[in-house]
Design a binder for this molecule. Structure first.
Ligand code: FAD
Length: 592
């Protein structure tokens, strides 16, 4: 692996303050908030168990895996039509750096299997989703492309476990959850067709029954992890109803029992803006053998489960991109000297850093809030299920969109070399643009939040109740501030209801979803601050709550000067390392 190691000559140059970089940073140790949030959500014994593993992943992600990600991004997969003996066997060639990333994610840490299989990393039970996504968060700070195969392998296993027959489970579940790389069978999820990615009901792939299985005919237009061994897909059984009601869910293996390739062809690989390390293909189904999963007339509803857990994963992965961009921007700003000052000491530099930090912290808090709702919903809580219903599209909408901007701003913080592919920022920006497209574009997830979660299921009531309970439970936070947050929560929820109530308000769906996100994150910051303050005396997360209120939930007069002294005081605390108690923070959040 000598090529993956940093060139000694480059090290000898000691770029230092000329081009400060995150190379060698431990992304777990550099992020005390991550540990704070995990301590809030995880039982103490589990936190103590995962911490050394997170520490190791944090170190790898800031060094070796980051270098692998850079190489895998430059040496993209190649589709071959024949093997070396001249047989028509399709295969995809990956750079060794991509294989190394796979070995770490699937083999060493088992991120794909953590919430499904017991015993991963020596823990006797399955991990809660909160714990799993702490690993997702760290891994994706180095490599975003492989984040998709990890997530869809996890999603396929979950679908199979929930809806598959005992026979199918016996054949495929073990491989999907293996950490032995020789036995692992990665998953794929092929839904999108040329006719529609958003409008899934228009899909034209047909399924014809044949004995104990089905034969598939048609084309899938976007197939990430194109050579996955086990694929979940949607197809319309012959004679079934039009629209989403008529589509069934099928499992399609890459290889048949006799070892031959199933009858589908990867026609070509997509030449993508981002996630270039990972192979996304176009696939022709030419009588491929597949097996029905669950009830045929519930195919779309069942697949929606996988889509929703992918949307959460997408939110977490976009948060990871933001945190990486944030680390990068902070490293540059704290070390690069311009006009005789460090960037971090200049007013506009600080303002830009705060913008990057705020969106990143919001996404982190909202990711763990949503993951925790999923854990509680799976444990049987109806309230948590309703909360999850509204939080999932809300997180997916806002965090994936913010990642585009945050990664672009961090790139600019680095100046010209931020635009050059030798540094991570260009890759982060390219990858960030995908988060808001796959598993539902911005419009689609905003409509899901407003029309379905609010309009059809009334899930905003669960959100309001949850946020109020969190404020009631944060008695250390000044009462006046909690009242302010209560009022803003109620306004965001009322606005969402108003938008959802009438079709002619549809164009406001994105704004309403953003307002729910901002109100929820402001409350979360207060709730987290109360907890972190109680055990280690630091209430600074409450300052983020004030920033959300000022910059996201208040009308602004473009001609009025910002209250700079207050904003500077808040920035100094947040950019500094000193813990600050509730009394001092409380004064700042209530300052006029
Ligand atoms: C790199 C990459 C990998 C992918 N991997 C996979 C994969 O593995 N499996 C898979 O199934 N798919 C995959 N996709 C496909 C992705 O999920 C779809 O591209 C996405 O869902 C959008 O569908 P579409 O491309 O058909 O666009 P369309 O659905 O045609 O959307 C076009 C535009 O119309 C807007 N729009 C649609 N409906 C509405 C509405 N009601 N109101 C307002 N605006 C609307 C959308 O927001 C979008 O801006 C991948 C895509 C990419 C880019």
């Amino acid at each position: 692996m000598h090529q993956l190691l940093k060139d000694e000559a480059e090290k000898a140059l000691e770029p230092g303050s000329l081009a400060p970089d995150t190379s060698g940073m431990n992304f777990y140790r550099a992020d005390p908030t991550l540990a704070d949030l995990l301590r809030i959500y995880l039982p103490e014994a589990l936190f103590r168990h995962v911490e050394p593993h997170l520490d190791r992943l944090g170190q790898l992600a800031g060094g070796h895996l980051d270098e692998c990600a850079r190489l895998a991004d430059r040496h993209t997969p190649i589709l071959h039509q024949r093997d070396r003996f001249g047989r028509d066997v399709q295969w995809i060639e990956y750079h060794p750096a991509y294989r190394e990333l796979e070995r770490a994610a699937f083999g060493e840490f088992g991120i794909h299997a953590m919430s499904i299989r017991e015993g991963i990393l020596g823990w006797p039970a399955r991990y809660p989703v909160v714990a799993k996504h702490a690993f997702t968060f760290l891994f994706n700070q180095a490599e975003f492309g492989l984040g998709c195969p990890i997530n869809v392998t996890d999603g396929c296993a979950k679908l199979l476990a929930n809806f598959g027959s005992e026979e199918l489970k016996a054949r495929y579940l073990d491989g999907l959850t293996q950490t032995d790389m020789g036995k692992l069978t990665q998953g794929g999820q092929f839904m999108t067709e040329k006719e529609g990615g958003s409008d899934v009901g228009t899909l034209t792939t047909r399924a014809l029954p044949e004995g104990g299985h089905w034969r598939l005919h048609g084309e899938k237009w976007f197939c990430s992890n194109a050579d996955a061994k086990v694929v979940m897909l949607l197809a319309r059984p012959e004679g079934a109803a039009p629209g989403t009601r008529g589509v069934g869910l099928f499992l399609m293996p890459r290889f048949l029992d006799d070892g031959s390739q199933n009858r589908y062809r990867i026609v070509r690989l997509k030449d993508k803006l981002g996630t270039r390390s990972m192979a996304s293909g176009e696939i022709k189904l030419e009588g491929a053998i597949a097996y029905a999963v669950g009830r045929l007339d519930r195919g779309f509803v069942q697949m929606a489960e996988m889509v929703n857990s992918s949307r959460l994963s997408n939110g977490v992965k976009s948060t990871a991109l933001m945190r990486r961009a944030h680390h990068d921007a902070m490293t540059v700003a704290a070390n690069r000297v311009v006009f005789g000052s460090r960037i971090i000491d200049l007013p506009l530099g600080r303002r830009q850093l705060m913008k990057i930090a705020l969106a990143t912290e919001q996404a982190l808090s909202m990711s763990f809030l949503t993951a925790d709702a999923l854990d509680r919903a799976e444990a049987g809580s109806q309230d948590a299920a309703a909360l999850l219903r509204i939080l999932t599209p809300t997180l997916k909408f806002r965090a994936t969109r913010d990642a585009r901007k945050v990664c672009g701003d961090a790139l600019e913080m680095r100046g010209g070399i931020g635009y050059i592919e030798e540094f991570a920022t260009a890759r982060l920006l390219r990858d960030a643009h995908l988060g808001s497209i796959w598993e539902g574009t911005g419009n689609i997830v905003a409509l899901d939040a407003l029309k379905r979660a609010v309009g059809r299921h009334g899930a905003e009531s669960a959100l309001a109740a949850d946020l109020h309970a969190r404020l009631d439970d944060s008695i250390d936070v000044p009462t006046a501030w909690r009242d302010r947050l209560r009022g803003l929560t109620d306004r965001a929820v009322s606005f969402a209801r108003e938008v959802a109530a009438r079709n002619e308000n549809e164009a406001e769906a994105r704004r309403a979803t953003s307002l729910l996100y901002h109100a929820a994150s402001a409350v979360q910051f207060a709730w987290e601050a109360a907890r972190i303050h109680a055990w280690r005396g630091d209430a600074r997360r409450l300052l983020l709550s004030r920033l959300v209120v000022d910059h996201r939930l208040s009308p602004g007069d473009p001609f009025r000067l910002t209250e700079n002294k207050l904003q500077d005081a808040i920035a100094s605390h947040l950019l500094g390392k000193r813990d600050v108690g509730m009394a001092e923070v409380g004064e700042l959040v209530l300052a006029a």
